[in-house]
Design a protein around this ligand. Structure first.
Ligand code: NAP
Length: 289
């Protein structure tokens, strides 16, 4: 029941109507009998400042931040966690109110959520040469997480090579462990054949474009390369199907979604997240849409 004591958190992004986060967090609040609610808040690119001030003024306890605001949100907060600074991207705001004043702290739970997905699948990133396709917020989090977890080298490929370069520099200036380049079908195939992990950090293959993949049709996927598709809807993307057909191991984005959500939940509430409940809620919500 929503009443005068209900605590609010939400999601700032554009678009947000297809997000699974409201279902995931509200199921967690219900399971723990907490008087909290999570709402989706559609916020256009130019309205980020007003939205951050607005949620703080309205007494929200925090927010998730998604496309297109993850990078910009870092400059709107008084303090950032070490991971958020390293990634140059924020996906979680924690709002502390003391009397008439409030402070907003930025966090990046995508980094930990990304590693949760690898751990759940029993994939150790140590020593792996990795290709990441995409150069946005998810790619930044994945790059930070992989560098810290001991990946030997990361090639960032994006259709805008300058964005790939900016992402590489933002995450690790002058590191010999990162190379940035332009995304092309031939370049991707050549690079993936030299790597043992491919991460798709683009929306390619996401519903409703389920028939799209970053991997070209008619080219056999190298079966020793693990594929980690951060897209979580559909569960089995075309890229994961291509990997499976070649006998390669594939991981979808659901474990990361639940992992990052659980970490945000704990930052806001101080309570251990009911991860099984959150996962089931995502699966059920996806089945309904
Ligand atoms: P973002 O900041 O908007 O970045 C998207 C990246 O994908 C950009 O580099 C963009 O290139 C590239 N891209 C978009 N469309 C493309 C296409 N058709 N071909 C090649 N590249 C394309 O988004 P994000 O936050 O990083 O999210 C990326 C994906 O990861 C989304 O599908 C999101 O749902 C998923 N994700 C999943 C989780 C999870 O918990 N599983 C968490 C975060 C994100 P341009 O710069 O050229 O547009």
């Amino acid at each position: 029941m929503i009443n005068g004591r209900t605590q609010l958190v939400g999601l700032i992004g554009w678009p947000v109507e297809h997000s699974l986060s409201p279902a995931m967090h509200n199921a967690a609040f219900d399971a723990l009998e907490m008087n909290w609610r999570y709402v989706a808040l559609p916020v256009r690119r130019d309205d980020l400042d007003a939205a951050v001030h607005g949620v703080a003024a309205l007494g929200f306890r925090g927010c998730n931040v998604t496309v297109p605001h993850k990078t910009a949100a870092g400059s709107r907060v008084a303090r950032s966690s070490e991971e958020a600074r390293a990634a140059g991207a924020v996906n979680t705001l924690v709002i502390d109110r003391q009397g008439s004043r409030w402070n907003v702290t930025g966090h990046n739970t995508d980094c930990g959520g990304f590693l949760d997905g690898l751990v759940q699948a029993g994939v150790d990133p140590r020593g792996r040469r990795t290709v990441i396709v995409g150069a946005g917020g998810a790619a930044r989090a994945a790059t930070v997480a992989l560098l810290r977890a001991g990946a030997s080298h990361i090639t960032l490929l994006a259709r805008d090579p300058e964005r790939a370069e900016r992402t590489a520099n933002a995450v690790s200036r002058n590191s010999e462990r990162i190379t940035a380049g332009v995304l092309s079908e031939r370049g991707l195939v050549r690079t993936v054949r030299r790597c043992s992990l491919l991460v798709n950090a683009t929306p390619v293959g996401m519903w409703p474009d389920d028939d799209a993949s970053v991997w070209p049709d008619g080219v056999r996927f190298p079966n020793r390369t693990v594929v980690y598709d951060l897209v979580y809807a559909p569960r089995r993307t075309k890229l994961l199907r291509q990997a499976a057909e070649a006998g390669a191991k594939g991981l979808g984005g659901l474990d990361m979604l639940v992992g990052q959500g659980g970490r945000s939940f704990e930052l806001w509430t101080g309570c251990a997240p009911p991860l099984d409940v959150m996962r089931t809620a995502c699966e059920a919500a996806w089945g309904e849409t």
